[in-house]
Design a protein around this ligand. Structure first.
Ligand SMILES: [Fe+2]
Length: 230
């Protein structure tokens, strides 16, 4: 799907109301971040793995909300604004019903993260963001196979104490009627800051694959989320 086509799709979906805002399973990523060498990256569609319940079978663990959540982020599949500096990253996954072991469609995922330098758009009280501006934040809705994906950049680590750092992570708030709201975080497997972090949970660490696009590198991660009924 080209940028123009995706834009048209989003506009028509928005015109039909939020209920219509559901990317089809074959929606294609449109990574257009600036790569390390300053060249915009664009990749074509990647095959989406088959629908298969994640093993080991367990509900996704909760993790702290943290101080930087903001409500009402826009619905979009690109978390970062155009040409955001940083390592391009594509996160994909499915949301599952723990009891039924089936994918859940229509789930709202609220995602927020730091930029490549470890800053959130609302972490400086002296320069708060405008109410309608959401930098590195987005909401999205799972499709008919429980699938979601978003484009972003690899978040930076940030310091929370004299010798304490939060490792790179992406915050998730996942909501579906009839299920417990899940607040959690996704981490990057192998990051050296994971182990000393007091909030890190190994079950939330995702293996990252690297894809070469010309001279540029795109990171790919798959993060399945399993919800429990209320
Ligand atoms: Fe955070």
């Amino acid at each position: 799907m080209s940028n123009a086509t995706r834009r048209e799709f989003l506009q028509s979906a928005l015109a039909g109301g939020i209920g219509a805002f559901c990317l089809p399973a074959n929606a294609q990523p449109t990574l257009t971040n600036i790569g390390p060498s300053g060249v915009p990256i664009s990749i074509s569609a990647l095959p989406i793995p088959e629908v298969k319940f994640p093993v080991p079978v367990s509900a996704t663990e909760e993790n702290i909300l943290g101080p930087y959540y903001r409500e009402l982020a826009p619905y979009r599949a690109k978390v970062t604004p155009p040409l955001e500096p940083g390592q391009s990253l594509l996160i994909r996954g499915r949301v599952w019903d723990f009891a039924a072991k089936k994918p859940l469609s229509g789930v709202v995922l609220d995602v927020w993260q730091a930029n490549s330098k470890g800053s959130y758009d609302n972490d400086n009280p002296k320069s708060p963001p405008a109410s309608g501006l959401f930098h590195n934040r987005a909401r999205m809705i799972t499709d008919e196979s429980g699938y979601y994906e978003f484009e972003t950049i690899h978040p930076g680590a940030y310091q929370i104490g004299p010798e304490a750092w939060r490792p790179p992570h992406i915050h998730f708030m996942v909501r579906q009627a009839g299920f417990k709201k899940l607040v959690t975080q996704m981490y990057f497997l192998g990051d050296k800051l994971n182990k000393p972090d007091q909030f890190f949970l190994p079950s939330l660490a995702v293996a990252i694959k690297e894809l070469k696009v010309g001279k540029e590198k795109v990171e790919l991660g798959w993060f399945d989320i399993v919800l429990q009924k209320e």
